[in-house]
Design a protein. Sequence first.
Length: 123
Amino acid sequence: MREARVAALVGLVLTPLLLGATPPGAFTSPPPPTVAWPPGAGRELVTTRCLFCHQAELIVGQRLTAAQWHKEVTKMVRWGAPLDAKEQAVLADWLARHYGPEQPPARPAALTLTAPSPPPRSR
């Protein structure tokens, strides 16, 4: 009986890990940026208020007009985005300036790639 309880407890602990779940606190820093965000007042807002729900590519791929960005930011606030009225205006204006329909496609952030090490030689 005791062995069955221990086995069940071990199963409860190991199953999420074996299925790829990440234990709480395993990540200590955010993933590297995938977009080279332009400077400006909206940069910090987008990285701290938008990216916890959205991937960067979704945001920069929109190419909305100023009116559309204002409407989109207002909608996100209704859905829970933590922005006050002034921050909403700053973010929407910044997004329209950098990700409006007339802007060229966003450039991805620079990535550093390294070649894999060769496999060890067998003897």
